[in-house]
Design a protein around this ligand. Structure first.
Ligand code: GDD
Length: 308
């Protein structure tokens, strides 16, 4: 395998690069940022010609397409930008691959948000209907539909993954575990103004997997997955956001006041996401190995260290 990771400088990109390098794989990447390290190309996915040039130069066997807008709340503030980056950017990449070398395997990263409104705690399988309920989910669902048709129409070697919530050290603020852990770490260090922690919807149920497990699944599916297929990547366990907050609060012995802040609420929030990863497990033998508490503890310690 010779891998190209779009969005290599992002949260998941860092861990995926490490995973692949540890397997002895040669890894290249793209990033929107400038001043990049060795093997990293500056790329705006709206520039299809440049994507083609990069593919011609690197000649990857596999492309892991991570780049894009990953923040659901932000997608409400700028729906067209989200659709432009996530949907048009992915279409540009797929078109460039088709023109340069139709044999390249492309792994596109979708989301559980493609399933949208699910009205009960039943585990979501890949066969369930797609019914996205925010601009982010729509932008990802469109990519899933596109790869399906490109595989059927052009025989492209494309696989679409639907990761559920993935978390870990160095994830930016704007995602729930980092938002909570950062504020609790601030509090522990005596730096939290008003000694009051701001949170959003605590009733939503989400399925969390550590990013270090997620990238193992990405690697395994790139090897064992079938073209044109969709695979969930998740833990199969659901937790209320309130439970996540309670675990993180248990890491400090101080009492902290919790305030639900309207700024942290969304126009619509999907209530339940619990995934079924049987299909992935059957294809790859993958299972998550890092417990939620261990993951949350690592995230909390990451923020404690940052705040030194
Ligand atoms: N970010 C954030 N901050 N979310 C909060 C907060 C808060 O202070 N308080 C409560 N929440 C709730 C959100 O309303 C949501 O129900 C849940 O916590 C998780 O929010 P996020 O961590 O922002 O993730 P997400 O579920 O919207 O999206 C993430 O998971 C998707 C897969 O399910 C992202 O990683 C997406 O990129 C990913 O596709």
């Amino acid at each position: 395998m010779k891998a190209l990771i779009t969005g290599i400088t992002g949260f998941v990109g860092y861990y995926l690069e490490k995973q692949l390098v540890d397997q002895g794989i040669e890894v290249f990447g793209t990033s929107r940022k400038v001043n990049l390290g060795k093997n990293i190309y500056q790329l705006d996915l709206l520039d299809e010609n440049k994507i083609q040039n990069i593919l011609k130069e690197i000649k990857p066997t596999h492309v892991f397409h991570l780049a894009g807008e990953s923040n659901v709340k932000n997608s409400w503030s700028n729906p067209s930008k989200t659709i432009e980056i996530n949907t048009i950017g992915s279409a540009n990449l797929l078109e460039a691959v088709y023109k340069v070398d139709n044999g390249i395997r492309v792994i596109t990263i979708g989301s559980s948000e493609e399933y949208g409104k699910v009205n009960n705690l039943k585990k979501i399988t890949e066969e369930m209907s797609i019914n996205p309920s925010n601009p982010y989910g729509i932008s990802k669902a469109a990519v899933g539909m596109l790869i399906n048709q490109l595989q059927k129409g052009f025989g492209m070697d494309v696989i679409h993954l639907r990761p559920f919530n993935h978390i870990g050290p160095s994830q930016k603020q704007g995602f729930v575990t980092s938002d909570f852990a950062y504020q609790i770490a601030l509090f522990t260090k005596g730096k939290l103004i008003n000694k009051q922690m701001k949170v959003g919807n605590l009733d939503a149920v989400r399925d969390f997997t550590d990013v270090r497990d997620i990238v193992k699944a990405y690697y395994l599916i790139a090897i064992h997955g079938r073209a044109g297929e969709v695979y969930n990547v998740c833990s199969g366990k659901g937790y209320k956001i309130k439970e996540i907050l309670d675990i993180l609060l248990s890491f400090t012995d101080k009492k902290i006041e919790i305030k639900i802040d309207s700024q942290n609420l969304r126009p619509q929030d999907s209530q339940f996401f619990i995934g079924d990863y049987t299909k992935l497990e059957k294809s790859t033998n993958w299972n998550p190995s890092i417990s939620l508490t261990e993951s949350l503890n690592d995230i909390y310690n990451y923020w404690l260290n940052i705040l030194v």
